[in-house]
Design a protein around this ligand. Structure first.
Ligand code: URP
Ligand code: ZN
Length: 459
């Protein structure tokens, strides 16, 4: 049998651990993995000195998202192009239901955009904002059958009309459990943060620092704990998105230890930055929700990551242009919430492994293996025979400084500006096709395929 591609001599991070192996690809799939393979292949790539990892799956993006009075800066073309250039070969995006629309109506335009534009593989979670007299709950089973097996509830954004209340969360948890889906919750207390924000504005406290102070640690922790309380009492699976605070994290870990199916996601920006960023001159650029927290939370997140309690790392990629961020220069509540990260996640995490802050195995687990497992992407998430040949060669010797100028997105600034990566993605393969090499995007608009996801099977 002849192969299409043979990647030789790399140090691969396999589900069984680190090993120097060769990987042969036939068509879109990994066909053979072994030591010193002597097989014919149309193309042979020498990966000596490289670390070979599965493509990352960014399970939290907001591409072309109408939000904060505008639309997020990356669409499905630029966002997925940037993803591939950072070694992320699949994304799961968050279309948000418009009042009165069904799940199908919410996703239809998104499917159309992705079919035309997506360079990476993709799927969707659906953010629910309106039950439509119960029609949404009924529709969830059929939607799961079509591969949409996760849903989102925002415990915040009341004024924006995106919030779900406790009664709705209760129903969503139960319905997800019933149909084989998982509920993803954005956990912050909406009432407390609104009261605090109004009070600060009245007092003339308008800078980005007050974005943090309006929703500090306890405001997130209260909602984390409420969500965990409900999920554990209902014995329903729960996925908490972008965990940022120590107290909520500890509550989630405690529930996990008791055997409950609580999943924890965090993001690179909570691992790298603290609330001090809001005191910087360009603090406005860092405004996202939840905001970055104090050093104690950052350290707790790293500890939990290294102890295996954090299930996934994802980006919450939702960039806005500088002039849009500046709408809130005299009122932090007017700053569109969200930051960039889609091209930075895997290089950041792999660079941290290279420095010894974590391990390559942990990075692969939280950025690829677990995202695939939790969200039912059965052909993704590991270097194994039969899986899609989504393969990244990471060069541990390459020094790379992030700048808006060397990214492949559509934004005009990034919170990662100046960040030095110790090691960088050298090339990315998506289903066996080379889509990024040495700084150059080589993929194609529309090459991305929909990932029809399996129902949630539990931990
Ligand atoms: O600040 C953020 N995260 N913006 C995107 C919307 C959300 O809250 O997920
Ligand atoms: Zn988000």
């Amino acid at each position: 049998m002849d192969y299409d591609l043979l990647i030789k001599n790399g140090l691969a991070i396999l589900p069984t651990g680190k090993k120097k192996v060769d990987i042969a690809v036939k068509g879109e799939k990994i066909a053979l993995i072994g030591e010193n393979l002597s097989v014919n292949a149309k193309e042979i790539v020498d990966a000596s000195g490289k670390i070979v990892v599965p493509g990352a799956i960014d399970v939290h993006t907001h591409l072309a998202m109408p939000f904060g009075g505008t639309v997020s800066a990356d669409d499905y073309f630029t966002g997925t192009r940037a993803a591939l250039c950072g070694g992320t070969t699949s994304i799961i995006d968050y279309p948000c239901q418009r009042k009165g629309n069904s799940i199908k109506e919410t996703l239809k335009p998104r499917f159309e955009m992705c079919e035309k534009d997506a360079c990476s593989d993709y799927s969707f979670h659906c953010a629910i904002t309106d039950f439509n007299d119960g029609a949404i709950l009924k529709e969830m089973d059929e939607a799961c059958e079509s591969g949409i097996t996760s849903y989102k509830g925002y415990m915040v954004y009341k004024k924006e009309g995106m919030m779900v209340n406790d009664g709705q969360i209760y129903q969503l948890l139960l319905r997800c459990k019933e149909v084989g889906a998982i509920l993803n919750l954005h956990a912050e207390n909406p009432d407390i943060l609104d009261v605090r924000a109004e009070q600060f504005l009245k007092e003339g406290k308008t800078s980005p620092w007050y974005h943090y102070l309006s929703r500090p640690e306890f405001v997130a922790a209260e909602a984390d704990k409420r969500a965990i309380f409900l999920a554990t009492h209902l014995n329903a699976p729960l996925y908490i998105v972008h965990m940022s605070d120590k107290e909520g994290l500890e509550a989630a870990i405690e529930a996990k230890k008791q055997g409950y199916d609580i999943r924890i996601e965090t993001c690179p920006h909570y691992l790298e930055f603290t609330n001090e960023v809001y005191k910087r001159e360009n603090g406005i650029n860092f405004v996202c929700s939840p905001p970055m927290k104090g050093q104690e939370s950052l350290e707790a997140l790293w500890k939990a990551l290294n102890e295996g309690y954090i299930d996934t790392v994802a980006t919450d990629h939702c960039p806005f242009q500088l002039h849009e961020k500046l709408w809130g220069k005299d009122d932090f509540t007017k700053i569109p919430n969200g930051c960039a990260g889609i091209e930075n996640m895997y290089p950041y995490m792999l660079s941290k492994a290279n420095e010894g802050k974590t391990t390559f195995e942990t990075v692969v687990r939280v950025c690829s293996y677990n995202p695939a497992k939790i969200f039912g992407c059965k052909d993704k998430g590991s270097l194994e025979v039969g899986k899609d040949a989504d393969i990244v060669l990471f060069d541990p010797k390459k020094e790379f400084t992030v700048s808006v100028k060397n990214m492949h997105s559509n934004y005009d600034h990034t919170i990662w500006e100046g960040f030095k990566c110790h090691g960088y993605v050298a090339s990315t393969y998506l289903r066996g096709t080379l889509v990024f090499k040495d700084g150059q995007f080589l993929g194609k608009r529309g090459f991305g395929k929909f990932i029809k996801r399996e129902r949630y099977h539990g931990k």
